[in-house]
Write a protein that binds this ligand. Sequence first.
Ligand code: SF4
Length: 560
Amino acid sequence: MSNSTRRSKVEKIKEESQFLRGTLAEELAQQTPNFSEASQQILKFHGIYQQTDRDVTRERKQQGLDQDYSMMIRTKNTGGACPAAFYLALDHLADTLGNGTIRVTTRQAFQLHGIPKQDLKATIQTIHNSLGTTLAACGDIERNIMSPAAPFAQRDYQRVEEYAQKISEALAPKTGAYYEVWLDGEKVHHYSTLTEEPLYGPTYLPRKFKTALTVPGDNSVDLLTNDLGLVLISTPGGEIEGFNVTVGGGMGMSHNSEETFPRTADPLGFVLPDQVIPVAQAVVRVQRDHGDRLNRKHARLKYLLADRGVAWFREQVERELGYALGPWRALPPWEYRDYLGWHEQGDGQWFLGLSVANGRIKDTEEWRLKSALHQILSTWGFDLRLTPHQNILIIGIDPEHRTAIDTILRDHGVLPVEKITPAERYSMACPAMPTCSLALTESERYLPTLVAQMAQQLTAMGLGDEKISIRMTGCPNGCARPYMGEIGLVGSAQEAYQLFLGGNLESTRLNQLFLKQVHRDQILEVLTPIWQGFKEERLAGEGFGDYCYRVGMDYLRTKL
Ligand code: SF4
């Protein structure tokens, strides 16, 4: 069998699943705490990952017990939109069936962790009854579509939201499996009963596929890390002209595998408004038909771009469409925006952006964000928007409620943005241990300690107000987009990380490998002389990442 016809094991599982049904219904009926290997692959398309509590694996093994299995459930919230009722339902599920916390993901969705297998159906049904879904939140398919979270009453922001929704619907799976398995066959308004997938076919895509939309200048969505990016272009008079299209961004890589790498997207061209959905579908079809179905580590769209070039890719897309794409339109520089703090929406109402440390909504002794949100949303019914930086915006607030909201937050120990250190504000971590099976080391549980130490050291050096993006992951898969950070820390072994430097706050440039391995206790020691060099040698207005990029990694290594 040639390489072009050989396929990975997962491809066979997808094909035999009959459009994502597999044996899920049968296995759900069994009194086991876990699913078969094949079902675990299919579950991802339903927004579910089987996980184990790795903190107790060894102990349980010693006691002759099996792993401690539970399920992670990820929702799909296009553009991070989340009605109050949906959030309150998740809050209740987290307390009654999950681990008592809710996690905001780096793609504007939620995750619940620790759901037992026997409670999966009830969980999905509750999410569905609150007008949410988990379908296609994971798996080899279009994932949650990102767009700027800010609810500005500006035409271009609103248009981007509308298009994000339209593309989300156009690229959604059409299989009836989701409601057959979880909703007892109930037919609901947004799923068809087709047993075929007109766009994807029986094996869906070779790997996950990510899309983001935005307006010129606003890179809150980390546009260039997406497989498909769309930037709305309008005339000075406010008429919509169309969209610039980017393709081939992606973060994940594998250690010691040179054929894998993070990549920023290439400009593909410009399309008119009515061409947006056909173009998105054409890009998906080219990846469907030409992506690598043998080696899953080489299966993302970015490798097609890297191997065959953007000219070849454009030709394929144009062949699918039957017409040529327009030339790329010039764009202003990108800015990083996180929308924290109070902002007027432009329609007389306000929104409040709250920092959620590493995206984890929970209650601790001093910081009770989960209870505060519950009180605010159940009192006034405000909707939420989730940001790609794992923060939340409470939106649609009448000005007279601002003081009461500030009081509730203060009473629950939730700090206003002015009191959060820049190191914390611009940092982001993936969940990693103890639930992620791929984690080589800690991320979410360790970053707060490191960030607090960094903030203290930067302040002592007179750099406490510098905005420096810090991104940490427990493995090279890159879920918190570490390869774009000014400081990127990628788990490489227990308590050790690869250190990357030289990205920028605007997230338009990949960083570079600075050290192959650094123990977590030495990270501060390594960074301190580099921060000193930055302080003494920076150009006027130069950011930390730009300084590192300008002087280069070899020069920075002389400082160690
Ligand atoms: Fe797990 Fe790696 Fe993703 Fe972190 S980056 S959540 S460790 S797969």
